[in-house]
Design a protein around this ligand. Structure first.
Ligand code: ACO
Length: 325
């Protein structure tokens, strides 16, 4: 019998501190940095984001989202035999946040590792877990996207600090004789490292270079729209499906204009696109599982629906996963 992987539960967590555009604009004004709710909404569709309290880390957000996903799947931590955390803002340089999460879940023994593909991280992690499950390397995986981007934002740079937020989303992915994940598509092109990066590193006990996010917004915008379209078409072709088979498009929540352009190119109506960037901001690797969980819990996305998840981010990395929920 063919072995597939299938999502059996979703969860998510946003830190309680909600920062509206007006709140952020007032905070930035104290540093002489000018922005406005109107500018942010018009250019990005973002109204608010959530920021963690000091001392709250990536693994803490991941733990909350994981508990919800496990409960939704009717599983306990001891049922899990693989943990992957997609993040660019880990608790420590090492060990992996996935190991810290494993310990916080009260389990030990199963493989646990982080996956770093920035905003494409969740799509990458889901693809890797699907391959491991299909090849018999795991039966019940916990896949998490978790980020504390507020820690790497330059609050003197209005072109980037208004875009991002903190949060986590998780899914339980289990072996199944029913598909599940229908096809996956992953890509990277390292020639674009410079358009979106945090160029600093730690060396000899000091931070070398700039440890805050840098972005060429227009270059990212153009690249993102093009590669998302190609990835979507490729993953549909691989699965023998067309745009008409998509019940819901759940793209990385970077910017509502990127999502509108992607949907237009793919000829998918915006009514079929899950959009949470307005309330979450861009939460990088957490954005897709956060959007997925919000859509499941609101009852819009239902079991049996065909979902197209698409991610794009620093690296440059991009990819898509087509699945039946
Ligand atoms: N508030 C007020 N004014 C601002 C702000 C701000 N927060 N940021 C920039 N401006 C000003 C600029 O200084 C510029 O002023 P000028 O004309 O006097 O020079 C003006 O607004 C226009 O700036 P642009 O950079 O041309 O604005 P643009 O329309 O390109 O929007 C944005 C910028 C939103 C970043 C856009 O390029 C974009 O959406 N890029 C995609 C990048 C993205 O979403 N990245 C997320 C991370 S990557 C990922 O997740 C894949």
């Amino acid at each position: 019998m063919t072995r597939y992987s299938r999502i059996t539960g979703t969860g998510s967590y946003l830190p309680p501190r909600r920062v509206s555009n007006a709140d952020l604009a007032a905070e930035l004004a104290t540093k002489g940095v000018e922005t406005s709710d109107a500018w942010i909404v018009e250019r990005t569709g973002i109204h608010a984001r959530h920021f963690c309290a000091p001392g709250v880390n990536c693994s803490d957000l991941a733990l909350e989202a994981s508990r919800m996903a496990l409960a939704a799947a009717g599983r306990t931590p001891s049922d899990i035999d693989l943990i992957i955390v997609a993040t660019s803002t880990p608790d420590m340089v090492f060990p992996a946040t996935a190991c810290i999460l494993q310990h916080k879940l009260g389990i030990a023994g199963c493989p646990a590792f982080d996956l770093q593909a920035v905003c494409s991280g969740f799509v990458y992690a889901l693809s890797v877990a699907d391959a491991m499950i299909r090849s018999g390397g795991a039966r019940r995986a916990l896949i998490v996207g978790s980020e504390v981007f507020s820690r790497i934002l330059d609050f003197n740079d209005r072109t980037t600090c208004v875009l991002f937020g903190d949060g986590a989303g998780a899914v339980v992915l289990e072996a199944s004789d029913q598909p599940g994940v229908l096809a996956t598509e992953l890509h990277a092109d390292g020639s674009h490292v410079g358009i979106l990066c945090v160029p600093g590193s730690v060396s000899g006990g000091q931070v070398l270079g700039d440890p805050l996010l840098k972005m060429d917004g227009q270059a990212v915008f153009k690249l993102a729209v093009g590669v998302l379209d190609k990835a979507a078409r490729a993953v549909l072709a691989k699965a023998g499906k067309t745009e008409a088979d998509i019940d819901w498009l759940i793209p990385h929540q970077a910017n509502v204009r990127i999502m509108q352009s992607t949907a237009r190119k793919l000829k998918v109506s915006m009514d079929k696109v899950v959009v949470t960037v307005g309330e979450h901001g861009n939460t990088s690797a957490a954005s897709i599982p956060l959007a997925l969980d919000a859509a499941v819990r609101s009852g819009r996305v239902e079991r049996g629906d065909t979902l197209l998840l698409e991610g794009v981010g620093g690296g440059f990395t991009w990819g898509a996963v087509l699945l039946n929920l």
